[in-house]
Design a protein around this ligand. Structure first.
Ligand code: G3I
Ligand code: 9MR
Length: 581
């Protein structure tokens, strides 16, 4: 073994310069590492009995800087594919390097970098993605950074759909509901998903206030006496406020009857409607406005009257929900009763206890009215479910943990968060991704890169903030490593980043723009349900494993769309890590 090793070390030095780059067999974070961050890579090996590979690190000139041996071979529990882990954490010198691997086939190299703030630009681009998503306005230089376009969907002539008709606003009434962000790859605007997105957004601000106060985004509002990150959010919050009816109820979404074609926003001509006021929309709206009233309180001079307006809107929406506690968005049923039929995204939710829990929590934190505290406690769920657009209870639990001592009657003390995370952290040492994510079939579904991976990383950041235990910071970084390349497909799932980035997202703005794919967007990720299979030529490889059921192919909306609720978890993770001094 010793002789072979010496021979290998010599071979490295001799053959480095001529060695081919091949990141397809090395799966690692393609954006970069902090100097004192744990650094690992996953390598494909030809068989389950492959001997540990010899590895080395050189500079771009081929100078040998480090060498070592990979782990024993492990099998991916989902695909059975043999992998080894390289741990080069000890190597901590900032710079650009090559990782050299001899896995018994053709030796190959993969570039990587070490720097003080490797996630700063990714955070900035992930936030700027929301500027690109703005409806109703031109995207112009110098803010567009190469992706300028004419605005579309002024949404100043929006029709009240029959499902939302009232005596004061009968069917066909024209209202104005401009602004806000397009939800995703489509051009519609949805209150439920907007509410969840604003919750994660403003909670991320609260956790990393100083960081975001100093993060310049080059948006039109840059330079105002308000953090760019809050100015960007206000563009969507102001739209949300226009979705509240006179009775306090909130329209579920603003939408064309069926999805628009893959054309530019300024080419779109379909009529747009506000539809059915629902309990979930009212409660997500109430939580958003109560949270926003707290967060923007210091900026009354920039947004005069906003705090009072948001507070009143939140109280009215919550009261409407109490008076209408079970109005659910059931699109097929709505279409049986009302025309035109609506076939766009549903964001349907038939259990609103979690929305009552979140809205009451935010109203308690804003007003300190004990009635809302009692309401929150009465709607607390008994099990700990990771927050997604349709289950927002964890947002409330994290707010209680961050803003009050775990109150005796708040049945979800700190222990629940840590108990929820522990089984995933226990998987890292035997994970072929060296990550607390991606090791079980149930990790893969529509939007899992966000709702599974990024959000698990954000949960770890909350655990780190609440306990100070560095293992949670490491776990959050391991989740980000997965997103940025240490995964079963080898993709860096963020557009514009890495050697093998997502390049063809299901995104009308990218597809219809002469410059194509916009940077900073997180792709949904592997989804074995494959709801888009056979539509528009979407064909998955036969017998593809769950963790590889991903197509970097524009028509694949079930694995390759981009959305606001996914991007907010991406920057909540990257900013939360980048903000740690
Ligand atoms: O959470 C369960 C998981 O526990 C289970 O193991 C898994 C497999 O059965 O399913 C998971 O639920 C999935 C859910 O996404 C996860 O959030 C559902 O199957 C899946 O149908 C659901 O898909 C939603 C999709 O619309 C279809 O309704 C996505 O969440 C949602 O992000 C997506 O939203 C669309 C909008 O409607 C329109 N705009 C684009 C946007 C993104 O594609
Ligand atoms: O583009 C739509 C995407 O935003 C949605 O998430 C997805 C599922 O609702 O639907 C997409 O629209 C497709 C439609 O469902 C089927 N015909 C092709 C449309 C464009 O891919």
């Amino acid at each position: 073994m010793k002789n072979r090793y010496i021979a290998f070390a010599c071979a490295c030095a001799l053959t480095m310069a001529g060695c081919r780059h091949d990141s397809s067999q090395i799966r690692m974070n393609q954006v970069g590492f902090r100097p004192d961050q744990e650094k690992t890579a996953t390598i494909d090996v030809p068989s389950p009995d492959a001997q540990p590979c010899y590895v080395a690190i050189t500079n771009d000139e081929g100078e040998l800087l480090w060498h070592g041996v990979a782990s024993e071979t492990m099998l991916n529990p989902i695909s059975g594919k043999p992998r080894q882990i390289i741990d080069f954490s000890y190597f901590d010198k900032p710079g650009s390097y090559l990782l050299y691997v001899d896995n018994g086939q053709t030796p190959f190299t993969c570039p990587f970098t070490i720097s003080e703030h490797p996630y700063r630009e990714l955070t900035r681009k992930a936030l700027r993605a929301f500027y690109y998503q703005r409806a109703s306005m031109d995207i112009v230089e110098p803010f567009a950074e190469g992706y300028e376009r004419k605005g579309g969907h002024p949404d100043n002539h929006v029709l009240v759909h029959a499902s939302a008709a009232t005596a004061e606003r009968p069917e066909g009434t024209v209202i104005s509901s401009p602004g806000g962000w397009y939800d995703a790859g489509d051009y519609n605007k949805y209150i439920v998903n907007s509410g969840f997105t604003m919750g994660v957004w403003l909670m991320a601000y609260e956790m990393n206030k100083e960081y975001f106060d100093n993060l310049a985004l080059n948006i039109p509002e840059s330079g105002m006496p308000v953090p760019d990150m809050l100015a960007e959010a206000m563009y969507n919050i102001r739209w949300m406020l226009t979705m509240q009816d006179k009775d306090g109820g909130v329209y579920h979404k603003l939408t064309e009857p069926d999805f628009e074609g893959f054309i530019r926003p300024d080419e779109c001509q379909k009529p747009r409607y506000v539809v059915l006021k629902t309990t979930a929309a009212a409660l997500d709206f109430a939580a958003t406005m109560a949270l926003a009233a707290r967060i923007y309180a210091p900026y009354e001079s920039v947004y005069p009257g906003f705090v009072e307006e948001a507070t009143k809107a939140a109280l009215r929406a919550y009261a409407w929900a109490e008076a209408h506690p079970a109005i659910y968005y059931d699109q097929p049923k709505m279409n049986e009763q009302f025309k035109p039929e609506i076939t766009t995204g549903a964001y349907d939710d038939f259990d609103v206890r979690d929305e009552f829990y979140w809205a009451a929590t935010e109203l308690y934190l804003l007003t300190h009215d004990d009635a809302y505290k009692q309401a929150a406690i009465s709607h607390q769920p008994t099990e700990y479910i990771p927050a997604i657009w349709g289950n927002v209870g964890e947002l409330a639990s994290l707010e209680w943990l961050m803003h009050t001592q775990p109150i005796a009657d708040c049945r979800q003390p700190m222990a629940n968060l840590l108990a929820h995370l522990e089984p995933y952290l226990d998987e890292v040492e035997t994970s072929v991704h060296h990550s607390p994510y991606g090791n079980r079939e149930s990790d893969f579904f529509w939007g899992c890169n966000s709702e599974g991976c990024c959000w698990r990383g954000v949960e770890c950041l909350y655990a780190y903030r609440l306990t100070g235990d560095p293992k949670y910071r490491t776990a959050a970084e391991q989740c980000l490593n997965y997103i940025l390349g240490q995964n079963a497909t080898g993709y860096c799932y963020v557009t514009g980043f890495g050697q093998k980035p997502t390049n063809h997202p299901h995104h009308r703005l990218s597809y219809s723009h002469p410059k194509g794919t916009h940077p900073g967007f997180l792709a949904g990720g592997p989804n074995p349900m494959r709801q888009d299979a056979e539509t528009d030529g979407v064909k998955y490889p036969k017998d593809v494993p769950a963790d590889e059921s991903y197509l970097d192919y524009q028509p694949s909306y079930a694995s390759n769309e981009v959305t606001i609720n996914w991007n907010v978890t991406l920057f909540a993770l990257t900013a939360g890590l980048d903000a740690i001094e």
